[in-house]
Ligand binder design. Structure first.
Ligand code: FES
Length: 165
């Protein structure tokens, strides 16, 4: 997690950023249809896609910046705004909904002090919702950084959140 925080801190379009993006561009050099993997790797680097990084990718790949933004805004996997070190996805699918998923979401919003779709001021958490995490048998469910937490109750939320710095 510390490395992600560092990556967020270095965003700004410096030469150091370019060096990191150059490594990604080199990896996909000469490969057709490589724009999406390039964007995925760049997002892994920063946890989102900074404007300056997109401008640099456009310049280096010869794609118009408008085309790059077209791809980024088309796919929900891409994020244009900074995200937290820990990504929380609270399931709002049917199975979770009938077992109190809405209460879990409200508890999370209260605990983090942000609404779904937002990031805490200290960049510790980004809170998101998802339609189904494929773990309906454990409803209500949420995932933090891909780790699934099931059979949630509002009471257990603080204990779970404390594990993520
Ligand atoms: S509905 Fe929540 S895991 Fe499927």
């Amino acid at each position: 997690m510390a490395s992600q925080a560092t990556n967020i801190a270095v965003v700004g379009g410096t030469d150091a950023d370019h060096a990191k993006i150059d490594i990604i561009l080199k990896k996909y050099e000469g490969q057709k249809g490589s724009l999406i993997p390039i964007l995925q790797d760049t997002q892994d680097l920063y946890n989102y896609l900074p404007r300056k990084a997109l401008e640099y990718i456009a310049e280096q790949t010869g794609n118009p910046i408008s085309a790059i933004y077209g791809v980024v805004t088309f796919y929900s996997q891409f994020h244009l705004n900074p995200r937290g070190r820990n990504i929380v996805r609270v399931c709002q699918g049917t199975a979770c909904h009938v077992r109190g998923g809405k209460t879990i979401l409200e508890t999370m919003e209260k605990a983090l002090g942000v609404k779904a779709g937002h990031t805490t001021d200290d960049a510790r958490f980004t809170l998101e919702t998802i339609a189904c995490l494929g773990a309906c048998g454990m409803a209500p469910v949420m995932q933090i950084n891909g780790e699934t937490h099931g059979r949630l109750t509002p009471e257990i939320i603080p204990e779970i959140l404390a594990k993520y710095k």
